[in-house]
Design a protein around this ligand. Structure first.
Ligand SMILES: [Zn+2]
Length: 405
């Protein structure tokens, strides 16, 4: 049983309007706080989340209550609020007793505000959509070495990736391990069919369209993966001295939002018609062959109806379009609309040696203008990927260091 004896002295002196708890039907426990706030919890949830040592293993944060003997079938007999301990106490029909700290309950309130606060502060920071006129305002720069050395800078960088969708790191050394080092600073590199790091340069016998000097149209990497790479870390070692080789970038979530607002029917087609994305080949002469294939719409929504992933890569779209013929025709029109909207929002900038351009690969459409290598100047980038599971996890450990002590 939890004891609050150490708190009694402190709270005895405060005597204000008191907090009340009561059983409210059907199956709801209500707490009216002294300030007028009403907190509500399903009884079944309270029982399911009993914090006693019998029901909950605190050090592993694991529920261990026996599902078979509850919580669905055991009702609360009575509830009370202990003002001195600031605890809700619940006596259950099977003689079990649960005690919940008020602060713990407040954080888990089922009201809209508390739920949204948790989603925004702990789950994922809300994204900030942007069009090309806002580019300078959303653009964030950090020094490479600061990201490696300082947790506050690492946190700010990861927040920029989560919120604005991209960031530029400056002054990285002329070293092929920069992208790998950044991935490992976050957590773990994502290995793909292109290796754990990949080199973007013009190659003879190129196995991928990106390894040519031609313009690279707006795309996201790896639409052909179910577990698509979360962020792309692109370190510029050598930039082209020719006019081209510039990055193009568009906020794909913004484009999808605009399309949803302006052309809802075409948006519906784009989010519902699956496209076959594929990648067949081998990376380099010695590497193992691959045959990647993933069927998914251009715009993917989550359970809340929010856009969570954009799939777009003209060079990786299979000619096998396995949908009914009417859908195929409607899809082409919707796709054309999407790409036109995207092209209107393109920003262009050219990285310099030592720049590391990092962006959310689920969100940002990116490309490159055509360039020309010369014998003395061969454009050379090294890239690596990291998954969002790893990034959000790292971000939460930085934001809430006390949570995993
Ligand atoms: Zn219990």
């Amino acid at each position: 049983m939890l004891s609050c004896r150490h708190l009694i002295g402190r709270f005895l002196v405060r005597r204000q309007a008191s907090t009340q708890a009561r059983l409210a039907s059907p199956g709801i426990v209500e707490i009216d706080e002294a300030d007028g706030q009403r907190l509500k919890y399903p009884q079944v949830w309270l029982r399911d989340n009993c914090q006693c040592t019998e029901c909950f293993h605190a050090t592993t944060r694991a529920r261990k209550s026996n599902w078979e003997r509850g919580p669905l079938h055991v009702g609360a007999q009575r509830v009370s609020y202990d003002e001195q301990c600031q605890q809700l106490q619940v006596h259950w029909q099977d003689e079990h007793k649960s005690v919940y700290e008020l602060q713990w309950l407040r954080e888990r309130d089922f009201g809209d505000a508390a739920r949204q606060k948790y989603l925004d502060e702990v789950y994922r920071p809300p994204v900030q959509l942007w069009g090309k006129t806002q580019f300078e305002e959303v653009r964030r720069e950090f020094l490479y070495q600061n990201v490696l050395d300082r947790d506050d800078v690492l946190k700010a960088w990861l927040e920029a990736l989560a919120v604005q969708g991209f960031a530029l790191l400056k002054d990285a050394p002329d070293d092929e391990n920069v992208a790998r080092r950044l991935a490992e600073r976050i957590g773990y590199i994502k290995r793909t069919t292109y290796g754990d790091v990949f080199e973007v340069k013009s190659k003879p016998n190129a196995g991928n369209y990106a390894y040519l000097m031609v313009p690279l149209p707006l795309h996201t990497d790896m639409p052909y993966y179910e577990y698509k790479a979360g962020i792309n870390i692109l370190h510029t070692l050598v930039q082209s001295e020719s006019a081209g080789g510039a990055n193009t970038l568009v906020d794909g979530f913004h484009v999808a939002a605009e399309m949803r607002r302006l052309y809802p029917q075409e948006f519906e087609v784009l989010r519902s018609v699956p496209v076959n994305w594929y990648d067949i080949g081998h990376d380099g002469d010695q590497a193992r062959p691959f045959h990647s294939l993933w069927r998914a719409p251009v715009v993917c929504l989550d359970v809340d109806g929010q856009v969570v992933r954009i799939n777009q890569n003209t060079t990786k779209r299979d000619s096998r379009f396995t949908v009914p013929i009417e859908q195929a025709v409607a899809w082409y029109e919707a796709y054309d609309r999407f790409l036109r909207l995207a092209h209107d929002e393109i920003v262009e900038f050219k990285t310099r040696p030592g720049d590391v351009f990092v962006f959310n690969n689920l969100r940002m459409l990116h490309g490159r203008t055509a360039y020309e290598d010369s014998p003395q100047n061969k454009r050379h980038l090294v890239g690596a990927y990291v998954d969002w599971d790893i990034i959000y996890s790292k971000l939460r450990t930085l934001r809430f260091p006390q949570a995993h002590e």
